[in-house]
Design a protein. Structure first.
Lengths: 269, 276
């Protein structure tokens, strides 16, 4: 990591914390007794940062993300999002979630899907502060397909609509659970690059779960590597690659060094 | 039609009319085989009657049936209207109750556990056996026929609607939770919509069975209606009237079925298979 002196200092050191996880434990009731999915996780996600979560399948990376999103019951420890409890943050629309499937309502056009968050869970203050659905479709490059139904869109386009929907209430934190996992590599590369652009344009904190080492290294300012059985933090790796990143950065020696380091961590998990 | 396409693609308008003409030709070529099949069957029917000299009280010829349809038109119409109204009322009522009960079932598991076996039990009783009971209770009026017609629609719609309301992916429910959506918002924005294809599958079945229900009701106890006319025509060996009556009943069922299909096409423009 000697070739990375010129890089801007990581915001995490000085800036405020967006998501703080303290000593988090999550247990599920299974057939053969309780299963510990996550054990004593402690991590801080800096505001405005982009942190990717990487780990072998079953390490609980999705569970951690879902716990932050108030979708999973916490067995012990604490999570706070912008200083609030997860439930409060959810009701306040402080975070948004992007699933692996686009999870669009198939009977709604693209623009109506983007509009969905404005129609439910009514908090007028949140909705007043929201962006225009048209602008968000433009942000994700789908301005011309506003009236298209989900089945008329490709997988990548559907995921773009899902991202636009997630961004409509201007969330401070964007939680993404393997959003590009089901896409082909070319589409995934393109969306990776666009996600970085959107991140820089919006300044949203992003937590991004993936099982792809190149994706984790390319997107993340930091990579949180988890180990499995039970899920715990293996290491929080800082990726000192220059911003803004282009896909070509993946051919540099620095990038390969980071990727190799991540791989060695995964192997020892 | 040929003259339209012969003008050639000189401008955009011509190509448009040409495309329409081609679509019309395609529609015709799609409809031709079934039309030919129907004509063939009618001709064969007429042929067999003439060839074997079948007496008309056993089976009338198509010509006789058409003649009866015309000569008996006022009589047929007088009996058609009650049957049509009964089946329509039964269709609306039976499906409405089924949808409401399905909503209750999905809303409350206990109510489902309590009443689902009863619904299954009622469904297993042959409708022919229920009809006399209802006639005894409600008399000879419209009521028992509407109830029988509704009852026959009820079960398929209940089963399908329960399935449809539950056919929401866990991920969609997660999404709604992240959005802090209320239970009623989830119901109206997600469950009802995703249940529509299931509902219409049941309504297609119900559209034809509701007519059967009304006719069965009329068999048991009635002086008017297509069902009563069927009984009367049979006992008096007026076979061409019987056939004409059956045709009327079938035509009404097809009308209801087409109406349901039309509404379905208007309402469901999305691909139900793509529900995630």
């Amino acid at each position: 990591m000697s070739a990375t002196q010129a890089v801007e200092p990581l915001q995490g050191a000085t800036a405020e914390v967006a998501v703080s996880v303290r000593d988090l434990t999550v247990r599920f009731a299974g057939d053969a007794g309780d299963v510990t999915a996550l054990q004593n996780i402690t991590v801080d996600i800096p505001a405005g940062g982009l942190v990717t979560m990487l780990g072998p399948s079953g390490c609980g990376k999705s569970t951690l993300l879902r716990a932050i999103a108030d979708l999973v019951e916490v067995s012990g420890g604490e999570i706070s999002v912008l200083g609030k409890s997860t439930g409060e943050a959810r009701r306040n629309r402080d975070f948004a979630f992007v699933f692996q499937d686009a999870t669009l309502l198939p009977w709604r056009s693209a623009i109506d899907n983007v509009r969905l968050p404005l129609e439910v869970g009514g908090k007028s203050a949140v909705i007043k502060a929201a962006d225009r659905p048209e602008d968000l479709l433009e942000l994700v490059g789908l301005a011309g397909r506003a009236q298209a139904l989900p089945h008329e869109l490709s997988g990548g386009m559907r995921q773009r609509v899902a991202i636009a929907r997630a961004l409509i209430c201007r969330p401070r934190v964007l939680l993404m659970d393997e959003p590009f996992g089901a896409l082909d590599e070319i589409t995934r590369d393109k969306l990776n690059e666009e996600l970085l652009r959107i991140w820089q344009e919006t300044g949203t904190t992003i937590i991004f779960v993936t099982h792809s080492v190149p994706e984790a290294a390319f997107l993340g300012q930091q990579v949180l590597v988890l180990a499995s059985h039970p899920g715990r933090v293996r290491e929080l790796v800082t990726v000192d690659l220059p911003q803004p990143r282009k896909l070509s950065v993946r051919d540099t020696v620095d990038f390969m060094r980071v990727a190799a380091h991540l791989r060695s961590l995964l192997e020892s998990c | 039609m040929a003259s339209v396409s012969d003008t050639g693609p000189t401008d955009a308008a011509t190509t448009d009319t040409e495309r329409k003409a081609r679509a019309r030709r395609l529609a015709w070529s799609n409809r031709l085989p079934p039309a030919l099949a129907v004509v063939g069957i009618i001709l064969a029917w007429q042929g067999i009657i003439t060839l074997f000299g079948v007496p008309s009280y056993i089976s009338p010829s198509p010509g006789e049936v058409v003649a009866t349809l015309i000569s008996q038109a006022p009589n047929l119409w007088r009996n058609f209207v009650p049957t049509a109204l009964e089946s329509l009322a039964g269709f609306v009522l039976g499906n409405l109750v089924a949808v409401l009960i399905a909503v209750a079932f999905v809303h409350n598991r206990t109510s489902e556990r309590a009443f689902y076996p009863i619904a299954v039990f009622v469904n297993t009783i042959p409708i022919i056996a229920i009809a006399p009971i209802l006639v005894l209770i409600f008399g000879n009026g419209y009521t028992p026929k509407v109830i029988i017609s509704g009852l026959i629609c009820f079960f398929p719609t209940l089963v399908n609607m329960v399935r449809g309301l539950r056919a929401v992916s866990p991920q969609t429910l997660d999404l709604m939770r992240v959005l802090s959506a209320s239970k009623s918002e989830i119901f109206w924005k997600v469950r009802m919509q995703s249940a529509l294809p299931f509902l219409f599958a049941a309504l297609r079945i119900a559209s034809t069975t509701s007519v059967i229900g009304a006719i069965v009701g009329e068999w048991i106890g009635s002086n008017v209606g297509l069902g009563a006319l069927i009984i009367e025509a049979t006992y008096n060996f007026r076979s061409s009237l019987l056939y004409a009556t059956v045709l009327m009943a079938a035509a009404w069922a097809v009308t209801l079925f087409s109406a349901v299909s039309l509404v379905e096409r208007r309402l469901i423009t999305w691909k139900p298979g793509s529900v995630h």
